[in-house]
Write a protein that binds this ligand. Sequence first.
Ligand SMILES: [Zn+2]
Length: 246
Amino acid sequence: MIRRRFTAILLPLGLAVATLTAGGTAAQSQLPMQSPINVTPGAIKFDPHQPRLNVAYGHSELELEYVRKDAADPAGCTTRHHEETEEAVVTPGAGHVTVAGVRYELEQFHFHTPSEHRFAGHADPLEMHFVHRSAAGRLLVIGVPLRAGTPSTVDTVLATLAPECGSPVAIHDVDLKSLLPSNLSTLRYNGSLTTYPFSEDVQWFLTAELTVSQATITRFQSLFTTGNGRPTQPLNHRPVTAVPHL
Ligand SMILES: [Zn+2]
């Protein structure tokens, strides 16, 4: 395991200095609004008046690629780093969401094991993150927990995992909408990237779980045997808003 220490990261306004440690499995940050979080029932506020999450996902070609974080390591090709993952890059324009009149383009989705977000302390075997970006550069991530059960489109996406040092895997004509649960009720909060540089002002939308075969879960866990998720971070009194999809 490579450990890297990042010190004296200047925040955009130059008002604060934070020391970030991006190593081991205990990556912690002194920034106040970090992800992932453990969603405790007492933190949830119900608000049906929040703007609707409108999902416009079509069909896409996918390139499943291995995201490397240890390219400088001579043994990197066979070393799993906890911030590495399998990432499916979507065709530009194939999917977007709109919230409060702002459009966010779907760029990629990727996987963590175990799930990064927890619900009353409960982790799922996998979690998918759909990363969207607005024209102004603001990020919106939809997090979907995955549990063992009926096979789904996720099984198609993860049928062949991309090698760390090798070619991406092309997947033809994937119905992106089928990668989200049909019920788009969400838990929403403001957080951060869960990998370095842990940038904040990321809008998180957490959905109900989707199922995937146990074989696919096992395949992914066999690649990342020590996991590729970040531990939960302090909530610091942030509201978590439950928004029904009406
Ligand atoms: Zn992620």
